[in-house]
Design a protein around this ligand. Sequence first.
Ligand code: GTP
Ligand code: MG
Length: 363
Amino acid sequence: MSEWRCIGCGGPLQNTDSDAPFYTPKTYEKNVPIYCERCYKIRHYGQIKPSFVSESVILDTLSTVEKRPGILVLVADALDFYGSMHPYFNELSHHKRTLLIVNKIDVLPKSKRREKMRQAYLTMAQDQGLSVDKIMLVSALKKTEIDTMIERMLTLSMGQDMTLVGVSNVGKSSILNAILGAQTGQTNQVTTSFESHITQGLIPFRLKDQTLYDTPGLSSHHSYRYYVSGESLRMIMPFKEIKPIVFQSVAGRSFFIGGFAYVSFDADQTGQMVSYFANPLTIHARNDAHPEHFYESKVGHLLNPPAVTDPSVPMVTHEINMSEPSISCFFPGLGFMRLHGITKMRVTTYAPVPPIMHEGMMA
Ligand SMILES: Nc1nc2c(ncn2[C@@H]2O[C@H](COP(=O)(O)OP(=O)(O)OP(=O)(O)O)[C@@H](O)[C@H]2O)c(=O)[nH]1
Ligand SMILES: [Mg+2]
């Protein structure tokens, strides 16, 4: 690993070519922390330059983690749990002791019982094929459970390295910042943003006598967050506690999640639905069991934001039958709906992001 690295993103610094990646006008001095120009612009002006590192470079970086002894601290997003899953981490979790951190717990309603949620996330993780040694619910933003998380990491790692891994945007660097804050009082050293692919290389941090690494996030191709950016991404990322919306009757109605997806129910479906999405994402309800025409004519206008910028990628309708009295329908990258007393529905989503049904979450 080159010694001269950006402390914000972990990229290898250079001061010879201002058009090349990881440029800084500064010169090397031992132990002097420096940010690359890309980090500087993100941190001071909120300007995001595209990532310099490809998915294969990220996988190469992560393979160095795979080879070293140590534990995985696998980070998932509380509202986007399924969008946080990746086959590479599933596989890795079977070779390494794994602490699963469900981050951003502050965005879920406070009324929900934490122990029940912890159990629900654990079941969902196991059903996805993850091997989990311990699970914790935290908030890097609100600094909830950070000290306990540090203790758990140190206990589980038994003197070996600890590596924060996960898909992009789940809050790995924010967790490192929270740990840095708790240990040294330093705030916000590592660069973070609501946009994806901010961290570009390994960022080491000394924790007691061990090393904790932050890593670049992989892409989650089965999450809406992969297909949108800028203002649309801002609308679907929850920055505050989300307010669930209760729809007492779904009979003969359709519900549009912005312009991303819609759900429709036949007239004989008398149950109830509760939606959990970021507050700026409007749910439009209509008395219309055949919503295709309405969607076609209103997407991008009344139904905003539109699903994706590439109109050639199709929407697909899933016919779903349920046998459980209560079940959740997850829309990776967006949120979920809790359904009570409903036996049948049609869910239309952008093709690469199918809905996922699970009985866990939110009693
Ligand atoms: N509400 C809330 N937002 C959070 C929390 N932790 C992180 N975020 C936000 O999530 C976004 C992504 O955070 P990062 O720390 O940059 O995510 P990352 O996993 O390091 O992303 P990459 O570097 O791209 O892999 C930022 O907008 C953070 O402010 C949290 O506990 N609660
Ligand atoms: Mg990061």
